[in-house]
Design a protein around this ligand. Structure first.
Ligand code: GCO
Ligand code: MN
Ligand code: MN
Length: 389
């Protein structure tokens, strides 16, 4: 029998070099796992059955690498891709680790740093294109403040717009088949980051010169850190046709950016997220932007990576169960009542529809007089997730 929990290429499961390559270093402790080369991480991902690998420019080629070293790394990486069949669907720029970006990149107060960030991003876009990336992610790791007096927030927005407009033109001029995906985060590593949520990003995109080539890369942990409902943020991105990429992980509300294995904490939210993506035919990468606990060696890293994908596939199977569960679907059908007399199929305004609605006598008593059965619906959903339905 086919193993439905076995990842397949069409699942589009991807990991960043920085995710499985995370060495467990944190603000309180040193590296726990030894550092692996990009090529070795590709072999690891091949072994666990991932579809693709994504990278920041400097995950692949360290900033200080000589041209000869860069060539050797690229060669080994390309060989690993060819050996494993892994793809590179997404690439991004590290605009946060180097001390030069300590006060931001595109929003820095120092013009030379803003220009350097643009130069670095153009080179990183070239590297991404060389490896076949079709989505380019922008996460403003240091684009924010602790000291509000230091930057005008409107200037920061304008500078970000200028950078993205410039880079859109660059991609077009090179003839690259590539779109941008903007990733919001409310804070960490800065006290406050600009564009703190996916909603902020969606509004901002419409102010760009080429909004058609810019979408979002929402992250489960980031919206949860802000105390928001991630499923609703992703729904809004889907509705706007802007879900170009997604960062899946997990997180307890109100904590630091925990980057836990997908499904580790929020079983129900993860379920409704998978349901949203699958029911709406999302075709992009399911990228796991997470890492193994600091307690783990590389066997544990493989457990982590396999766990992310397996949890997604188990939840996908649960979605199918939910969508075909007679009792659950019956409750949903019962509560979604039509009003045939005023049915407005296209939802549009006409003087006739307006008049019919204005004159209609609603039976307020009857409409106020029944329970919604959501207690039952929710309990059935839980029982389905617990595996007893
Ligand atoms: C974080 C972010 C990053 C970005 C990555 C790709 O909180 O550190 O989620 O992992 O996703 O830099 O842009
Ligand atoms: Mn994150
Ligand atoms: Mn992320």
């Amino acid at each position: 029998m086919e193993n439905i929990y076995q990842p397949k290429p069409e699942d589009r499961f991807t990991f960043g070099l920085w995710t499985v390559g995370n060495t467990g270093k944190d603000p309180f402790g040193d590296d726990f796992r030894e550092k692996k080369s990009p090529a070795d991480l590709v072999y690891l991902l091949g072994e666990v059955g991932a579809y693709g690998v994504n990278f920041h420019d400097n995950d692949l080629i360290p900033m200080e690498a000589t041209p000869a070293e860069a060539e050797a790394i690229k060669k080994a990486f390309k060989k690993a891709l060819a050996d494993t069949g892994l793809k590179v669907p997404m690439a991004t720029t590290n605009l946060f680790a180097s001390p030069i970006f300590r006060d931001g990149a595109f929003t820095s107060n120092i013009a030379a740093i803003r220009k350097f960030a643009l130069q670095k991003t153009m080179q990183a876009i070239d590297l991404g294109a060389e490896m076949g990336a079709k989505v380019y992610v922008f996460w403003g790791g240091r684009e924010g403040v602790e000291v509000e007096a230091s930057k005008n927030p409107i200037t920061a927005i304008e500078r970000t717009r200028e950078a993205l407009n410039f880079l859109s033109e660059y991609v077009k001029a090179q003839g690259y088949d590539m779109v941008f995906a903007l990733e919001a985060k409310p804070n960490e590593p800065r006290g406050d980051l600009y564009f703190p949520t996916t909603g902020h990003m969606l509004a901002f995109i419409e102010t760009l010169d080429h909004p058609e080539m810019v979408g979002v890369n929402p992250e489960f942990a980031h919206e949860s850190m802000a105390g928001l409902n991630f499923v609703h943020a992703v729904a809004q991105a889907l509705d706007a046709g802007k879900l170009f990429h997604i960062d899946l992980n997990d997180q307890a509300f109100g904590r630091y950016d925990q980057d836990f294995r997908f499904g580790a904490v929020s079983l129900k939210n993860s379920f409704f997220l998978v349901k949203l993506l699958e029911d709406n035919g999302y075709k992009g990468s399911r990228h796991f932007d997470a890492h193994a606990y600091r307690t783990e060696n590389y066997e544990g890293v493989k457990d982590f990576a396999r766990g992310c994908m397996r949890s997604y596939l188990i939840l996908k199977e649960k979605v199918q169960k939910f969508n075909t569960d007679a009792e659950i679907q019956g409750l949903l059908k019962e509560i979604n009542q039509e009003l045939p007399e005023l049915k407005n199929t296209d939802g549009k305004y006409t003087p006739e529809k307006m008049k019919a609605l204005k004159d209609y006598a609603f039976d307020r008593k009857a409409l106020s007089d029944f329970g919604m059965k959501y207690e039952k619906l929710d309990q059935l959903t839980n029982e389905l997730l617990w595996g007893i339905r």
